[in-house]
Write a protein that binds this ligand. Sequence first.
Ligand code: ATP
Ligand SMILES: O=c1ccn([C@@H]2O[C@H](COP(=O)(O)O)[C@@H](O)[C@H]2O)c(=O)[nH]1
Length: 296
Amino acid sequence: MKNRVIFVLGGPGAGKGTQCAKMVEHFDFVHLSVGDLLRKERAKSPPSENAELIESYLKEGKLVPVSISLALVREAMEREKEGSVFLIDGFPRNDENLDGWTKAMQGVVNVCGVLVYDCPIQELQRRILSRGETSGRSDDNLESAKKRFKTFEGDTMPVVRRMEESGIKSVHIRGENKLEKVWEDTRDAINGIMASEVVACNEGLDACLGVGGKGLEQFVDENIVGDFREHLRIMQLGNGGREGGAMTMKKVGVEGRTATVEMRGERKEEVVRVWERREGERGGWMLIHYSLRMGV
Ligand SMILES: Nc1ncnc2c1ncn2[C@@H]1O[C@H](COP(=O)(O)OP(=O)(O)OP(=O)(O)O)[C@@H](O)[C@H]1O
Ligand SMILES: O=c1ccn([C@@H]2O[C@H](COP(=O)(O)O)[C@@H](O)[C@H]2O)c(=O)[nH]1
């Protein structure tokens, strides 16, 4: 199972880190804040050869060369288990970042989508100055914040648009709302992004059924694969030996690690499939339960 990535973007102080912390609790994702990775690299002892450069870029609100940020992201990803879902917070932030990412990572990881926290500058400024009272960050002050806003609008927003134009699914969330509301919208957005993965797996399973069940094991949990084969056999008997009638997907609902797909067959049968998201080598979505009702 390939690693998967959701990019998390938004102006400085828009709430990316705050929402990522909640997503990690709820969805079992891995959070990689590129700003945090750079701050750690800067603070390393013995000092990293890039420490001074990083400090000057951060203070100026500029974006460090992608060779540095991407190397830190890749190292951090390699420390996690295969098949993880990564929230990459604060990257890609300019064309150089996106080009560097595409060159190194296309085909290696799947980009599932982008979350974008939109928030008016006045609110961003208020939050950064307030956070600056305790954060100890050298860029949480008015002078650096103004430079960071400029970088965000001039460099990062065009990259968001570039990703959207390239077909990556993006969801914009109003970051100025109250925390709970932002979290509610974030949870819905993630469930929506994950729904496309579930649909792809559900279609993969249908394709296996279309060839007599070959390759079922990659989609169906090993505890139910035997029952599922039997179910398939009975369906074929009732269907005059045909592989099965056409099914239409009616509803897909994702909540955290569980998804339900409701389908309806041409002979008025109703099928409910329950999927579970797994980590690790045999990770991804696995069918853990199904039910069939005829003539409804
Ligand atoms: N919805 C919200 N309403 C009010 N305050 C918030 C909200 N979300 C986050 N904050 C506060 O705003 C500040 C910035 O939030 P956070 O650190 O999550 O932003 P960020 O986008 O990760 O920022 P940066 O890119 O600068 O690291 C924090 O002090 C946080 O507690
Ligand atoms: O991809 C990146 C991400 C961040 N930076 C630099 O770090 C600071 C702080 O980032 P936060 O995400 O706000 O913590 C940012 O202003 C940049 O200077 C970067 O260069 N590249």
